[in-house]
Design a binder for this molecule. Structure first.
Ligand code: ARG
Length: 464
C-alpha cells in the first residue's frame, strides 16, 4: 500500500507551487481572522525556511513522506512547531493539489506556447528564404501540381498556429482557482477567495466546490493540445525524413542534427526527425491515459486523480525537448534547389494543359479527357508530356494552340494560382502577412474566460 500510495517522486516538482499556495492560504486565513498577525508572520518565515531546505535538496530521494504536501507540512512543523498545524485550517489536500497543479500548469503552458511560436517563426524564416523556388506538390505522395518550397514550409506552420490558439484557450481554462473548495464542500471560514485568486495571479475562482476539486479538464485539454502538436511535428518530421533521403534529396539537415552509422561510412541519418516522429507516440498515449483515468469517476474527489500529473508532466517535458530540437533542425536545414527543380516532371503540368483548353472554351471534363489521351500517347511512346508535337496534340483535340508549350513552366504554373491561399508571388506575400498576424493573435495573452471573472461576480451580487 505504501508503494502504491506514494506520489512524491511524481509531484516533487510542485514544491515551489505548494509553498506559494500555502503562503497565500496563510494570508487568506489571516485576513479571515483565523491566524493572528504574529502567527501568520511565523508561518510565513517558516515556509520561507522550508523553501530554502527544499531548494537545497537534489530531489525527493530518501524523504519518508507520502507526497509533496506532507513534505511541506512536516518541514513547516519542524521549523515552527505546533503552529505549523494551523496552516491546514479549512484546507484539504484536494483543493491544495488542484491549486498547485494549476499554478504549475499556467507556467508550463506559457513556456510551451513560446516554444511552438519559435518553431512557427523558424518555418516562416525558412519559407521566406526559399522565395519562389518551385517544388512538386504531392497528393497520394504522387507528383500532382507545382507549388513552391515556401508554400510547403508554410503548410507545416499553420497547424502549429492552430495549436497555439488551442493552448491559449487551455491557459484561460487553467487560470481558475480551486483553493477554498476544501475537501468537497467549500471552506467554513470566511476566506476571501477573490483576494486569494488575485494574490496567486488567477483570473477567477471556481464556482462549485465539488467541481473545483475534481475538475482536470484543463489538463486533459493540455494533453490533447500536446498530442495534436505531436502529430503535427511527426508529420513535419516525416517530410524531413522523406525529403532528406537520397531518392528525394530536397533537404539537407545540418550536421548537428544527423548522425553517422557505426558501420556504414556514407550514412547521414535524420535522427532528429525520427526521434520527433517517435515521441508523438507518448504524447498521444498520455492523452489516452488521462481520459481513461477520468472516465469512470463518480462525484467529488477520487484518489484516481493522483494519476493525472505524470501524464501531463511527461507531455510537457517531451515537448520541451522536441520543439527546440525540431526548430533547430529546420533552421539548420538547406533546401537543394537544383535537386528540387530536377524532380519536377512534365506530367505535373497536365492540369495546366487541361486549363489551356478550358481557356479556349472547352468544358473542363472534355479537356480532362483530351489531356488523359495525351498522357497515354506520351507514355506509349516513352516520352514526357511536353515532348509531343502540336500536330500530335491536335490529333487528339483540334483546340490545342501553339502556346500550349508555355504551360510547361513551373513559375508560370505557380504564378497562375493567384487566389488567396494559392501559390502566386502575391498570394504568398499575403500568406506571410496572414501568418504573422495569426501568430501574433494566437501568441497573445488569453482573453476573459468563462468562470469566476470579477465582472461576473459583480453581476451576481447585484442580483442578490
Ligand atoms: N497526492 C495526492 C494527489 O496527487 C494529493 C491529494 C490527496 N488527497 C487525498 N484525499 N488523499 O492527488
Amino acid at each position: 500500500m505504501e508503494a502504491l500510495n506514494r506520489s512524491l517522486r511524481a509531484d516533487w516538482r510542485l514544491w515551489p507551487h505548494d509553498v506559494r499556495g500555502s503562503r497565500a492560504w496563510m494570508r487568506g486565513l489571516e485576513r479571515a481572522g483565523i491566524l493572528t498577525r504574529d502567527e501568520a508572520g511565523r508561518i510565513d518565515r517558516g515556509l520561507a525556511a522550508v523553501a530554502r531546505r527544499l531548494e537545497a535538496l537534489p530531489g525527493p530521494g530518501g524523504l519518508p513522506d507520502e507526497d509533496i504536501h506532507t513534505v511541506v507540512e512536516r518541514m513547516l512543523t519542524e521549523e515552527i512547531g505546533d503552529l505549523g498545524g494551523k496552516l491546514h485550517t479549512g484546507r484539504s489536500r484536494n483543493d491544495q493539489v488542484a491549486t498547485d497543479f494549476r499554478l504549475w500548469g499556467k507556467e508550463a503552458i506559457a513556456a510551451l506556447r513560446g516554444l511552438v511560436a519559435a518553431l512557427v517563426e523558424a518555418l516562416a524564416a525558412k519559407a521566406r528564404a526559399a522565395g519562389a523556388d518551385p517544388m512538386p506538390g504531392y497528393t497520394h505522395l504522387q507528383q500532382a501540381q507545382p507549388v513552391t518550397a515556401s508554400h510547403w514550409l508554410l503548410s507545416r506552420a499553420w497547424p502549429l498556429v492552430r495549436d497555439l490558439e488551442h493552448f491559449r484557450a487551455v491557459l484561460r481554462e487553467c487560470d481558475v482557482l480551486p483553493l477554498g473548495s476544501g475537501a468537497v464542500a467549500g471552506c467554513p471560514f470566511e476566506v476571501d477567495r477573490e483576494a486569494l485568486a488575485s494574490d496567486l495571479g488567477f483570473a477567477g475562482v471556481s464556482e462549485n466546490s465539488i467541481d473545483g476539486v475534481s475538475d482536470r479538464d484543463w489538463a486533459a485539454r493540455l494533453l490533447f493540445g500536446a498530442a495534436m502538436t505531436g502529430v503535427h511535428l511527426s508529420q513535419l518530421a516525416e517530410d524531413l525524413v522523406l525529403f532528406s533521403s537520397s531518392e528525394f534529396g530536397f533537404v539537407r539537415l545540418g550536421d548537428g542534427y544527423t548522425t553517422g552509422s557505426s558501420l556504414m561510412p556514407q550514412k547521414r541519418n535524420p535522427d532528429v526527425a525520427e526521434l520527433v516522429r517517435g515521441k508523438s507516440g507518448r504524447l498521444v498515449g498520455n492523452l489516452t491515459r488521462m481520459l481513461t483515468v477520468l472516465k469512470g469517476l463518480p462525484t467529488g474527489y477520487n484518489r484516481d486523480l493522483q494519476e493525472d500529473k505524470e501524464a501531463v508532466f511527461d507531455s510537457a517535458d517531451t515537448l520541451g525537448v522536441v520543439l527546440p530540437a525540431i526548430a533547430g533542425a529546420v533552421e539548420s536545414m538547406a533546401l537543394d534547389r537544383v535537386r528540387i527543380a530536377g524532380a519536377l516532371r512534365p506530367a505535373l503540368f497536365a492540369t495546366d494543359v487541361a486549363d489551356h483548353l478550358v481557356r479556349r472554351g472547352l468544358p473542363f471534363r472534355d479537356a480532362h479527357r483530351a489531356v488523359g489521351a495525351l498522357v497515354r500517347a506520351a507514355e506509349a511512346t516513352g516520352r514526357d508530356l511536353d515532348r509531343l508535337t502540336l500536330d500530335e496534340m491536335r490529333a487528339v483535340h483540334p483546340a490545342f494552340a501553339d502556346d500550349v508549350f508555355a504551360v510547361f513552366d513551373a513559375a508560370a504554373s505557380t504564378e497562375s494560382r493567384a487566389v488567396r491561399g494559392g501559390t502566386s508571388a502575391a498570394a504568398l506575400e499575403a500568406q506571410f502577412e496572414a501568418l504573422a498576424e495569426a501568430l501574433e493573435e494566437a501568441a497573445a495573452p488569453p482573453g476573459p474566460g468563462l468562470e469566476g471573472r470579477t465582472g461576473h461576480k459583480r453581476r451576481m451580487s447585484a442580483r442578490r
